[in-house]
Design a binder for this molecule. Structure first.
Ligand code: CS2
Ligand code: MG
Length: 403
């Protein structure tokens, strides 16, 4: 089944997305998400100028071989742009294979290991009381696990506090990133108060999550993890920038709060020590950024051997194509932990009609052949790319800080 066309579709139905569409000589086509928030056009060029020409004439059935052809063949291995492009090709080929066999993708991954995929939603507010109210709203919507992020008094907008109740979109249109201000001490004082308040308001059984978003040093993260122990979080995410994998040993020495890391990782090599030394409890790599289904399965296998569970990234900057692929992966992988689910806009859903569904805190990939997602190219063309950037963050004295 030869590939005869490789099309890169850029659109912006509410936010920018990059989609790869591979078409075979039989007319069967597959989709792959290639969205890299804030750096989308880099992946567009990588795919259009360097990868697509190599795919024409290749056998679409040779998924593993194509993965290594693009990975080893690039010579310059790994990195978010390269791996996002490889992910898109990989997922599109899995979509084609499952469609041509007439089965939902999860059936090719070993079948279902569970009946449904547990997800968590993003409750946030400008202050503690608004965040408490938002958690209550998410409970009413049926979510069984909820992430809680609050603004910090004295700081303006910070990561995790959205521009509306249900919709949270970090990237902002414009020719320059928005600059936000940060103060670690204010944050470290607020977060334990937030979770003390949440535990007073809600059942001890409610899984609560929090994202520190790479903004702490290891010892600050250890302090936060220890201060949150009375509120037994489901996880504390991205406590410290993970380039320094050794930094997680220090966190582990001080706290039993479970740790989740990995949404910015793009290969198993970014997390192999974190997993092998059990320095983390959940690996957050996303299908769209970590080499597609093929490489995610390898990351999950290493994690399974070390009692680390998956917790795939699932923000709105992953398109419904990625969400569909993630749900097929989640339904099948043995050491599944939880799936992040940020609701896409109605515009996005209209461009990407899909079979997956949410009900009462769980998601279902559906049983359509392949991924169960499509792209309406005519409608996509009505939403052209708009330059947009993720914010940058500066400490009170103006020093650049992780956002
Ligand atoms: C966040 C993301 O969902 C999360 O856990 O870390 O919202 C992240 O900020 C964005 O995906 C960046 O594009
Ligand atoms: Mg995160």
């Amino acid at each position: 089944m030869k590939i005869v066309d490789a099309k890169v579709i850029v659109c912006s139905p509410g936010r920018n997305f990059v989609t790869l569409k591979l078409v075979t000589e039989d007319g069967v086509y597959g989709l792959g998400d290639a969205t890299l928030n804030g750096r989308e056009l880099a992946v567009v060029s990588y795919l259009k100028d360097h990868v697509a020409p190599l795919l024409i004439g290749r056998d679409a059935a040779r998924i593993e071989d194509t993965w290594h052809y693009l990975y080893k063949g690039a010579y310059w291995r790994r990195g978010p742009v390269t791996m996002c492009a490889i992910s898109a090709v990989d997922v599109a080929l899995w979509d084609i294979k499952a469609k041509s066999l007439g089965v939902p993708l999860y059936q090719l991954l070993g079948g279902a290991s569970r009946d449904a995929v547990l997800v968590y939603g993003h409750a946030n507010g400008a202050n503690i009381e608004e965040t408490v109210a938002a958690v209550a709203d998410y409970q009413k919507l049926g979510y069984k696990a909820i992430r809680a992020q609050s603004g910090v008094p004295g700081l303006g907008k910070i990561y995790g506090v959205g521009r509306g109740k249900m919709q949270y979109e970090a990237a902002q249109e414009g020719s320059l990133p928005v600059e936000e201000t940060w103060n670690t001490e204010s944050y470290l004082n607020l977060v334990p108060q937030l979770f003390a308040r949440l535990r007073k308001e809600f059942s001890e059984e409610l899984p609560l999550l929090h994202d520190a978003h790479h903004r702490l040093t290891p010892i600050e993260a250890a302090r936060l993890g220890r201060s949150l122990e009375p509120y037994h979080l489901f996880w504390l995410e991205d406590p410290t920038p993970a380039e320094l994998q050794d930094g997680f040993r220090l966190i582990r020495q001080h706290t039993t709060t479970p740790i989740a890391v990995g949404e910015v990782f793009n290969s198993v090599y970014d997390c192999e020590r974190l997993i092998k030394e059990q320095l983390i409890d959940y690996i957050r790599t996303a299908v769209v950024h970590a080499g597609g289904i093929t490489h995610m399965r390898k990351i999950a296998s290493l994690a399974e051997m070390h009692q680390v569970r998956t917790g795939c990234h699932g923000a709105t900057d992953m398109s419904p194509v990625c969400m569909a692929a993630a749900l097929h992966f989640d339904l099948s992988v043995h050491n599944f932990g939880i799936q992040e689910y940020m609701v896409h806009s109605a515009e996005t859903d209209s461009v990407f009609p899909h079979k997956y569904s949410f009900s009462n805190g769980f998601m279902y990939p559906g049983d359509a052949p392949g991924l169960g997602v499509d792209i309406n190219e005519e409608l996509a063309a009505k939403f052209p790319y708009k330059q947009a950037y993720l914010p940058v963050n500066r400490a009170l004295d103006g020093t650049m800080h992780s956002w």
